[in-house]
Design a binder for this molecule. Sequence first.
Ligand code: GLN
Length: 497
Amino acid sequence: SSSSNGGFFGHPKGLSTLFFTEMWERMSYYGMRALLVLFMTASLQEEGLGFTVASAAAIYGLYTGAVYFLGLPGGWLADRLFGGQKAVWYGGIIIMIGHIILAVPHDYSFFIGLIFVASGTGLLKPNISAMVGQLYSSEDERRDSGYAIYYMGINLGSIIGYYVCGYFMENVGWHWAFGAAAVGMGIGLIQYYLTTKHLPSHSAAPANPLTPKGIKNTWFGIAAFIATTAAVVIAATTGMITINPVVIAKYVAVAFTLIFFIYFGMIYFKGKLNEDEKRRMWALFLVCVASACFWSGFEQAGSSLNLFARDYTDRLVGSFEIPTAWFQSLNAIFIIVLSPFFAALWINLSKKMISPSYSVKCALGLIIMASGFLVMFMAAHYAAEGLKVAPYWLVTTYFLHTVGELCLSPVALSAVSRLSPQRFSGQMMGVFVLTYSIGNIIAGLLAGGFDPNKVEEIPALYLQISLFSIGIGIILVLLSFKAKFWEKRGLTATTTA
Ligand code: GLN
């Protein structure tokens, strides 16, 4: 229940359940994701798939986009059919099956495995994030710090994934690395099974259950999804249709953005919301805009910043060459190191009765992330002159990106959990997770402008990204006097316990 204290760092015991489940899920997600482009571009002799860099990058963008897009149906299914607890359980099982399929070396298994992982993550990710918030009543001041702890679990998992899967890949082989991800998710599932009892009992049932007829239709829809996906996979693998991932990625970016507005609008206009709930939806809208812009810049870590590390960074230290991939784990390491300071910062501010609105914190996060790209703008100038820059340029950028992330990401999760209308909690988290999806795809498209043959154009690319994000950040700050009012707790505030 929400009043139980002292279970886990002074938080309800259920936080420990969700912390470790999400830690293992993220271990499997990031561990596998780190290998994905490398596996697709490795030659057939190296037992890879032999794809070109352009298709591999587009498939990567589509995959990460799809993972978070599927959070929309995943959130809906939890609100209406499964309840949060079962959604996470089934999602985890589907993810584990996906990694097992990836571990089996076979031509067709690759895309089928990815589809399983994406579908399972859609079912798990928004609902586990929503359940964190359900551990607290609406007056409970521990919610923000609960999300900050949960966010550490995410990044602890990603560090384990990078090192374990990276180790298996280099020393044993691709399929063992995919297998390691399956084992990680399996440990998470066992842990979840044994500790589900600590979760709030209302998350065992859907918040807004369907009628028997609705249940039947939903299962019909799930069957139709499976049949269509299977048909597309068969058609593509047998060469009946050819798929150009680069072209698809552009349309998908536009489509997902439209779907975001439509879904958000449907809940706002058709969700029978009262005045308080509508007011808070405006505050959430600002948070979502900030989030989509933020990830569009940030998620270039795996693409354009990764290439910058490989091609334009002097990675030699004495006779040791820093592997390019090591730069990828800087973000997660900075998160673990900086999180306690941020937790203390928000607590100190609130003791002084200073509580910046969610949207001001998000705007700050966006501007700090953008300043990381100003650093890259300067570094790219040297690269354009044909020099290799020192590693601390990228280290500084990743540091600023992480500081920005800590101002925005856990704060936004907490905002969505606190401000969403209760019976839409899973779906609103799904809508929010869709902003990750939009960000990931746009990041991929922006990184397409990173052309190693036109190095003189790279500084301008980074400057544009930076100025655009600063502009949005400033608009959000200007709107913040409104946001403070939109975020205010209403008279009809609902308690969860
Ligand atoms: N690192 C965070 C997570 O895995 C955010 C990911 C993202 O791309 N938005 O939850």
